[in-house]
Ligand binder design. Structure first.
Ligand code: ZN
Length: 354
């Protein structure tokens, strides 16, 4: 085994695996992977961490490799921000992590996902990334290149997470056993995001609820009550995933309590830590769903631009719509009120005259 084998779990990233492999001998302090909104990017970052810390360059089986996989390695952190966005306090916490000494590993590795949600935390983060302790390695992930990330990128080895084509995603889903019809729906609703497609292919309820985003352009009317009802429904789609997450977390806590009691341990500190992680996870769910929905909506208008079908909108209308959706994506990254943001976006999309 090695990093290339570890990467086989994530389709379409062989090139990235090869580039990371070349760095295993003498890694730099910071890696910046662009295009990585897909949850597969975290798997990729973890695979790099496994290869960096493993005696065997990423065997996938040793104690260290398994601990990284399960997210319990003491020297490898996947940073979970406290709110929907990376705050200055989060950046300070990352600095604290970076300066903590390792528990015997060669490197301390910090993976920071979704850096495009960096808000005002970039300067604080930059200071640490510029002058980290020698043994600290950052793996920074971002879905897009924002101007505020420019300096961070210039201090890092910048790599690209390749986007898969719809055909590639579909082939992979079918290979994994998805029914062809489910797979086609999942690919369409994933807007090109591999891990989202996997999630959708396995989940009929989510596919059904989430398809509202796809139907949205046909439901829009220049009528505020219609717009508000649609915005409410879209927020409720995110609520579905929030409820799921809550159930998952309840099960995890029950399991943990059982484990602690059979071992005769008090473990209240451990329980608190898990609860804190749960709170962080929960805050992110709704934003994540909203961003996934906006991506589907954006893809609809992009397809209108290229397809040239009979009902195709005027190109200028599609271009304007795409720009409005992109603006909403970045407004979302600046911590706007989600409901108001949707109402504003939908009203503008419904008004094709301006
Ligand atoms: Zn190993």
């Amino acid at each position: 085994m090695g990093i290339r084998e570890l990467f086989e779990r994530i389709p379409g990233q062989a090139r990235l695996a090869g580039e990371l492999e070349m760095h295993l001998g003498s890694p730099k302090n910071s890696y910046f992977i662009i295009g990585a909104r897909d949850a597969g990017a975290i798997v990729a970052a973890k695979a790099f961490a496994q290869a960096l810390l493993c005696e065997d360059r990423g065997c996938g089986r040793c104690k260290s490799c398994r601990a990284i996989e399960r997210g319990v390695h003491p020297d490898v952190s996947v940073f979970e921000r406290t709110g929907a966005f990376l705050s200055v306090d989060d950046a300070k916490e990352i600095t604290g992590l970076a300066f903590r000494s390792t528990s015997g590993s060669r490197y301390r590795i910090i993976i920071v996902p979704e850096l495009e949600l960096v808000e005002r935390a970039a300067p604080v983060l930059l200071k640490t990334v510029e002058e980290p302790p020698e043994s600290t390695i950052f793996i920074l992930l971002a879905s897009m290149e924002l101007p505020e990330l420019g300096t961070l990128m210039s201090r890092s080895v910048v790599l690209r997470y390749d986007r898969l084509s719809d055909e590639q995603i579909n082939d992979e889903l079918v290979k994994q056993g998805a029914a062809p019809d489910d797979s086609v729906d999942a690919v369409r609703l994933s807007a090109g995001h591999w891990s989202r497609a996997v999630e959708l292919a396995a989940d009929h309820e989510l596919r059904e609820a989430f398809s509202l985003w796809e139907q949205l352009p046909h439901l829009l009317k220049q009528d505020l009550s219609v717009i508000i009802r649609l915005a409410d429904k879209l927020i409720a789609v995110g609520g579905l995933m929030e409820d799921r997450k809550k159930r998952e977390q309840r099960d995890e806590l029950e399991e943990l309590d059982e484990l602690l009691s059979t071992q005769g341990l008090a473990g209240s500190a451990m329980r608190e830590k898990v609860e804190e992680r749960h709170r962080r996870e929960l805050r992110k769910v709704r934003t994540t769903e909203l961003r996934a929905g906006l991506a589907v909506l954006e893809r609809h208008y992009r397809n209108q631009l290229v397809d040239g079908e009979i009902e195709t909108l005027e190109p200028s209308v599609s271009i304007r719509a795409i720009r409005l959706i992109e603006d909403s994506q970045s407004a979302l990254a600046r911590n706007s009120n989600e409901f108001l943001l949707l109402v504003a976006l939908l009203s503008r999309l419904a008004d094709k005259s301006s």
